[in-house]
Design a protein around this ligand. Structure first.
Ligand SMILES: NC(=O)c1ccc[n+]([C@@H]2O[C@H](COP(=O)([O-])OP(=O)(O)OC[C@H]3O[C@@H](n4cnc5c(N)ncnc54)[C@H](OP(=O)(O)O)[C@@H]3O)[C@@H](O)[C@H]2O)c1
Length: 264
């Protein structure tokens, strides 16, 4: 493509001040990516930036932003538009509610959707124009196994992650012809601050994965161009069977008449 961009790989990571996002920053810097780091805590972002620049000699831009605030989100979007050299967008920033549906107020729910859903959709759309100009342009969306587990009773958080999963899977179809690779990553319980931030005790959760192991596995899935990467799922065939069943239903949805069980 005549207007394709060739340069050092550049990744923008949201929620990079700690946890999964900070670990992606570390691993991508090791791979030689220049980085744009986004989160609210500027001191932590600067400390991470200083360390990674020293250790790996990469260029890092720190862009503090609260992605639930429309003005901050617009500032990040302007930055992305002005920097089409970004070849990888990691939509990682996310949070969970402190309480269940009944005990969460409507504003807290709206804020969670702003962070976990709206910022993911808007940043993907804005970054898309630049990403498709790269041969290896890609989006990594951090969803969660909670997208698949209504039994765990976390209605709003799980639904935001179901959005991220469906959004990613659908973009994989919509963007296939544009050569954009989209990966959905579904961690299960991973040792980060998200648990304490949402008032939960991680020591009460069985089967917690260390964050480095989670990100290293997710990046292996990325290298293999997996569409959906579920690092803790031991039997890959379970996901493949689930997907096969889902896609087998698709041709059966378009019917002029209701199924016999709905006929009086
Ligand atoms: N840990 C798990 O068990 C687990 C499991 C499945 C999925 N996930 C998903 O993984 C992603 C990363 O979570 P984590 O476990 O690494 O959590 P974490 O340790 O709490 O980190 C969350 C990151 O998001 C940033 N962030 C939070 N609110 C923000 C806001 N309003 N604007 C901008 N940045 C914001 C935080 O930075 P600041 O506070 O500095 O803004 C931090 O860098 C999330 O999408 C989460 O849903 C986590």
């Amino acid at each position: 493509m005549s207007d394709s961009i060739r340069s050092t790989s550049v990744a923008l990571i949201t929620g990079a001040s700690t946890g999964i996002g900070a670990t992606y920053a570390d691993r991508l810097a090791k791979r030689g990516y220049d980085l744009i780091l986004i989160a609210r805590d500027v001191d932590r972002l600067n400390a991470l930036s200083d360390r990674l620049q020293q250790e790996h000699g990469v260029n890092i831009t720190v862009l503090p932003a609260d992605l639930t605030r429309r003005d901050d989100l617009a500032r990040v979007e302007d930055f992305i538009r002005a920097n089409p050299q970004i070849s990888l967008l990691v939509n990682n920033a996310g949070a969970s509610l402190k309480a269940g549906f009944e005990n969460s107020d409507a504003d807290a729910i709206e804020n969670l959707i702003a962070l976990n859903v709206t910022s993911v959709a808007r940043l993907s759309r804005v970054a898309f124009e630049g990403l498709i100009r790269h041969k290896d342009g890609a989006i990594i969306n951090i969803a969660s196994v909670m997208a698949l587990t209504p039994e765990l009773q976390s209605a709003v958080y799980s639904a935001t992650k179901a959005f991220v999963l469906t959004f990613s899977q659908t973009l994989q179809f919509e963007m296939a012809a544009r050569g954009l690779y989209v990966q959905a990553v579904l961690p299960a319980a991973t040792r980060t601050e998200i648990w304490a931030r949402s008032g939960k005790n991680i020591d009460e959760i069985p089967g917690v994965m260390e964050v480095g192991e989670l990100v290293d596995a997710a990046l292996l899935g990325f290298d293999r161009k997996e569409k959906v990467t579920i690092p803790p799922l031991q039997d890959e065939k379970q996901w493949d069977d689930f997907e096969a069943l889902r896609s087998a239903m698709v041709p059966n949805f378009l019917q002029s008449h209701a199924a016999p069980r709905y006929k009086a």
